[in-house]
Design a protein around this ligand. Structure first.
Ligand code: PMP
Length: 371
């Protein structure tokens, strides 16, 4: 057989995927990994041992398919959400999947699709348009031009909604990559105007003091979906567990599109164990918030411009004398600090890590300013 190198362009790929590149932060290695907004604290020994015990028990049942509707896990998530938000929700209102990315994809499969559109306020989470493309949903970007930088200008949002009548509206709060929040009152104005569904992406909710949009579900049962994840505050990104909270009818909707047995027995069990220890796990959130505030203050002292962060990362700029964002990103990497260039000119995003990682990041920033 002749060795022939086949490239992507040789394949009969769908037209709209041609020329696109796959999502992904570069998985480079650096001593300080501050690029993917993970929680730097590993799960506790209790969680690790609890998972090991469950895996040993469940190993014998892996010839069987998982609980298709993940009822036990959804009950545990409902209890957690009720406690964390102060709003009582039931397992019938909670849906779980492999990361909130899968949750969002299922929602777009059910509510987007050919001939339908989704609107987002940019810059925001880059997977929203990618998931839209994958489900053939037109994506409409509206710039964040609020008075506070990178805030949603609600009047402009309402005008765009009136003009385009999107089937899906995404609001990410706290927003990735900018770290700021959208107040509940603004979310409510958008909910009132939206003709379709509104997905509030609360991946970083636990790092913020703003009340969760879950509190609005009672008033907007046919429109509102709140998506969340165990990847950030829960230090469980490798467990791949995301969920949404909405009226029970939305769960029926995603059941029409989800793959059968989408959530593995081991994923369900590991997440259940992690949820049993949520109170201890969330103690790391308090530490990270303190570190975040320290990083923001020190960056400002060094002369950087920093957006107020309600999350576990900081968005900073004002690199005038340092070069453009890709140059500054490289200069951090040269100092063993891997952060993220999200493609917003003049701005970079750094995840809040362990105190010593944050020290390394701040020392690199200070050195650069001195050079
Ligand atoms: N939403 C937002 C705003 C995010 O930043 C992320 C992760 N970067 C996700 C959703 C997806 O997270 P996961 O699939 O790990 O739950």
């Amino acid at each position: 057989m002749t060795e022939q190198k086949i490239s992507l362009s040789d394949l009969p790929l769908r037209e709209e995927l041609r020329g696109k590149s796959a999502y992904g932060a570069p998985q480079l290695h650096a001593a300080n990994q501050l690029n993917t907004n993970e929680n730097p604290y590993p799960p506790s020994q209790e969680i690790v041992e609890g998972i090991a015990r469950r895996v040993a028990e469940l190993g014998q049942q892996l010839n069987r398919y998982p609980d298709r509707d993940a009822v036990g896990l959804r009950a545990a998530l409902a209890a957690y959400v009720s406690e964390q938000t102060g709003v009582g929700v039931t397992k019938e209102q909670v849906w779980a999947a492999n990361g909130s990315n899968e949750v969002l994809q299922q929602l777009l499969q059910a509510f987007g699709g050919p001939g339908r559109s989704a609107m987002g306020f940019v810059p925001s989470y880059s997977m929203h348009p990618i998931l839209a493309a994958g489900t053939q949903t037109e994506f409409i970007s509206v710039e964040r031009k609020g008075e506070d930088r990178f805030a949603i200008n609600v009047d402009e949002a309402l005008a765009a909604i009136a003009e385009h009548a999107p089937d899906v509206v995404f609001i990410t709060t706290p927003n990735n990559p900018t770290g700021n929040i959208t107040p509940l009152a603004d979310i409510e104005r958008i909910l009132q105007a939206a003709p379709g569904i509104v997905i509030v992406d609360e991946a970083y909710a636990e790092f913020s003091d703003e009340p969760s949009a879950v509190g609005l579900l009672e008033d907007y049962p046919t429109k509102l979906v709140v998506s969340r994840t165990m990847s950030k505050a829960f230090d469980f990104a490798g467990g791949r567990l995301g969920y949404f909270v909405a009226d029970a009818a939305f769960i029926e909707a995603v059941m029409l599109v989800r793959l059968p047995y989408h959530l593995a027995t081991l994923s369900q069990a590991a997440a259940e164990v992690a949820l049993e220890h949520s109170a201890a796990t969330l103690q790391t959130v308090a530490k990270l918030r303190e570190e975040r505030d320290r990083v923001v203050a020190e960056l400002r002292e060094l002369g950087f411009d920093v957006i107020d962060s309600h999350s576990n990362f900081v968005f900073f700029g004002n690199f005038d004398k340092l070069g453009d964002a890709p140059t500054v990103w490289q200069r951090f990497l040269d100092r063993e600090v891997l952060i993220r260039d999200v493609g917003v000119p003049g701005w970079l995003r750094a995840t809040v890590g362990l105190p010593e990682e944050n020290d390394a990041f701040l020392a690199a920033a200070a050195q650069m300013m001195d050079d």
